[in-house]
Design a protein around this ligand. Sequence first.
Ligand SMILES: [Ca+2]
Length: 156
Amino acid sequence: MAALSTGQIISGYNALMGTTSMLTCGPIDGTIKEISFKYNLASAEFNVYVGSIFDDSALLMVSGSEKSKVYMISSINIAGYQTNSLPYGAIQGFPDSDVHNGITGWKDFVIKDINIKGPVTLTFVLSDVGDSAYSTILFIDDVKIKMEKEEKSGKK
Ligand SMILES: [Ca+2]
């Protein structure tokens, strides 16, 4: 499992400007057909800042030799109001109140018909909009990549 965070929780001062965190995987040879993974978005923006400009968001960039595509995984406003929160003390420094603590729970994200030729790199980006005060954490697990089957050549 991997985790990205904004602000100073988990990442310390290593996140770019304290507001953006990236995770890159690859390069992967061949043509990527499908990507699936599980994600869990936890944020101190839930729930007070749902529907505000502080729309911390998670993206996946799939970059190949000929083209790139960007997919929106989730954001505070896309996910909306959360009824679940991280347990108290689960992550040091994370607010323990449900006013500033929400979690989506594990969700499946599936992207089909990608058709991007390698070498391919996958870059997960978690961005904190405008502030680094209220951290957001993206947990990622169970990443599966389906490749296009190599076409047999020779016969015409
Ligand atoms: Ca934020």
